[in-house]
Design a binder for this molecule. Structure first.
Ligand SMILES: [Zn+2]
Length: 645
């Protein structure tokens, strides 16, 4: 499918492409790390940036098909391949220091970056070279990591987080096996799973047994944990293993139940799972939360679980995270970390500001943490590492954001030939016949039809069998619930169009050429199966207004439940100091909330509302647009304290 969107999703992708992914000096910087051993000194993760950026860039290219970007990525790949050693090794650690700290994690990202580029690579000779390089790179790891023969156990190949960072290499190991079905790759994947993911605790089996929530595991680093489960899902799909597939689904369900927040993403204590559903209104912690790496990985995991189950709950979490936490982290106003920002090492502050000065005062394109209670953006640069004699830096969240932004274009709509990474044939078989648009992933099945998952304005072009089909989608969703879809085809052709009817819709109607459709239900997919011809029009009318949600009761924190947030469709609304008071208590009154769309809002935003609550009126904007100066002048909050509750 070729999608050309308008509106925020397209703007975000193109902004990131222009400002970050086409920045050749950034590519030179992250590629150059492999020429030396810069991670020896602090057992760091300077080797992760290349692969993370490459993944996001390839996913972005799948949407934009931008030739200049492709040329830049080709050079970056050639640069990396030039750094591969005789025995296949690609690492930012020396042989003396290797397989400690974040070495395997970095090598995982090398492998992922290569595989993502392999997927888009146009030149057969380079494609072959990339696959072979990926194979030799993994071969070297398998020679050194595993059981017996003086090998190192994978969960002992890092002293951080019980080795879950290392175990997360599972995903690209399975992916490479799908491209090159060598028994040793699958055996290595078997080994990683059998080893349990974490040193001294089997995270995979714990998820299957389903007695604990992830925040109750002995290791709660959110991003790395979810990365392991992304790998486990691909492993289960390739093996046709229902046990492990269930483990991933149960893990995702536990996350939705215990870790979801009103703005999407997760982890309300630094970068950790901490029962975020409860702790998001906690009054005892005022530190960093909702790491962007967690948001992106949360979205990716939810998207994959959606694809294997067809269950809308996971898809809606992708949408919610995109419109709130993720877009909120995109630095749309060229802001930079100010004096309130904290840095892991004191001298990093000067590294940051020196790089900032050289960059004309423009900060990094992605922020790293997002506030929910009164706070500011730009409080820290997650995973900051200084490079090149303290003249340059990068960070984990800076490098991961592009993948999240590009994922939205892949998740929003799909057809039978989706482009969202590896889809093993055996797993595809599992999807056939299941309700919901997961079946659009049935590769090569022209009857898969078109699914509209997240309503973005724009044009979708695909084929139904031999017939070219174009859908023009006109909508201001999520600000408004009216969606119009105009069909254009060469000739009459049968295929299904599947519409997601969001769970938050209070009522909804669907008309095809003016005829009202039956069985339209919020929280369910509507499959419109008919012969389509040019001029056919689908009209979807969703009605929804503001919803008030309360903080959860926490016996250890009585202030926790005395908070309310206002949601509007998939959007969380926020107060922003540029528009009025922030931090002051609100009255809830009878609990009724109203929201009138403001025609003119004084700050750049997607939408602003005059919210009526407890007899008072105040301005709120969509969460993603709040706090964008990264300073106290745009202090913001989603969770508002409640007067006398
Ligand atoms: Zn991060």
């Amino acid at each position: 499918m070729k999608a050309v969107y308008e509106g925020i999703a397209d703007e975000m992708i193109r902004l990131v492409e222009r400002e970050q992914l086409k920045d050749q000096s950034l590519w030179r910087l992250v590629t150059k790390q492999f020429e030396g051993t810069p991670d020896d000194g602090d057992h760091g993760w300077r080797g992760e940036y290349w692969g993370k950026l490459m993944r996001g860039a390839c996913m972005t290219w799948q949407y934009t098909k931008d030739e200049e970007l492709y040329a830049i990525l080709t050079e970056a790949v050639k640069g990396l391949l030039a750094a591969q050693e005789e025995d296949g090794r690609i690492s930012t650690y020396s042989r003396e220091e290797e397989f400690q700290g974040w070495d395997i994690w970095c090598r995982k990202y090398v492998l992922l970056g290569l595989l993502h580029f392999y997927e888009i690579c146009q030149e057969p000779w380079l494609k072959t070279q990339v696959r072979e390089a990926a194979g030799r790179h993994l071969d070297r790891i398998i020679d050194k990591i595993g059981e017996g023969n003086g090998k190192k156990r994978i969960t002992l190949a890092s002293d951080a987080w019980r080795g879950i960072n290392s175990s997360s290499i599972l995903e690209p190991v399975v992916w490479l096996y799908m491209l090159e079905p060598k028994e040793r790759y699958l055996e290595f994947a078997d080994y990683i799973v059998k080893n349990g993911g974490a040193e001294g605790f089997d995270i995979f089996q714990a998820a299957y047994e389903n007695r604990l929530c992830p925040y109750e595991y002995p290791v709660v680093k959110a991003y790395e944990l979810m990365s392991c489960f992304e790998g486990l899902l691909l492993y289960a799909q390739v093996k046709g293993d229902e046990h492990w597939r269930q483990a991933v689904i149960r893990f995702a369900d536990r996350l939705l139940e215990s870790e979801a927040t009103v703005a999407g993403g997760s982890g309300c204590h630094h970068e950790l799972f901490n029962h975020s559903a409860l702790m998001q209104t906690g009054t005892k912690y005022d530190g960093l939360m909702l790491e962007t790496c967690v948001t992106v990985t949360w979205m990716k995991l939810m998207w994959k679980v959606y694809l294997t189950t067809g269950d809308m709950r996971y898809l809606e979490e992708v949408e919610r995270s995109a419109f709130n936490a993720l877009y909120g982290a995109v630095n749309t106003q060229n802001s930079a970390c100010g004096p309130e920002a904290t840095f892991d090492e004191p001298h990093y502050r000067s590294v940051y500001h020196r790089a900032l000065a050289e960059n004309g005062g423009r900060g990094q394109i992605f922020d790293s943490y997002s506030p929910l209670r009164r706070g500011i953006r730009g409080r820290a640069v997650g995973g900051f590492k200084s490079m090149e004699e303290e003249t340059a830096y990068c960070g984990c969240c800076i490098a991961i954001g592009a993948a999240g932004v590009a994922l939205v274009s892949q998740a929003a709509a799909g057809d039978s030939a989706g482009e969202a990474g590896p889809v093993p044939q055996r797993a595809v078989g599992d999807l056939v016949g299941e309700a919901g648009p997961a079946s659009w992933r049935t590769a090569g099945d022209p009857a898969g039809g078109i699914a509209l998952n997240i309503y973005l304005p724009g044009r979708l072009r695909t084929r139904a069998g031999e017939t070219a089909v174009e859908l023009s989608v006109d909508t201001a969703y999520p600000m408004e619930g009216e969606v119009s879809v105009l069909v254009k085809t060469d000739r009459e052709v049968s295929f299904p169009i599947t519409l997601r009817i969001p769970s938050f819709a209070e009522s909804c109607q669907v008309f095809v050429n003016g005829v009202e459709q039956e069985k339209v239900r919020a929280g369910a997919f509507l499959r419109l199966c008919r012969r389509w011809k040019t001029g056919d029009r689908i009209r979807l009318s969703l009605s929804y207004g503001p919803r008030l949600v309360y903080g959860m009761e926490n016996p250890e924190d009585h202030g926790s439940s005395r908070h309310v947030a206002v949601l509007y469709g998939p959007l969380a609304l926020a107060r922003d100091r540029r528009l009025g008071e922030v931090g002051g208590s609100v009255r809830v009154g009878d609990g009724k909330v109203s929201a009138h769309r403001l025609e003119d809002v004084e700050i750049p935003c997607q939408c602003g509302f005059s919210v009526g609550l407890g007899g008072e009126e105040f301005a709120m904007v969509d969460y993603a647009s709040a706090g964008k100066t990264w300073g106290q002048d745009s202090a913001m909050e989603v969770w508002m304290p409640v007067k006398g509750r």
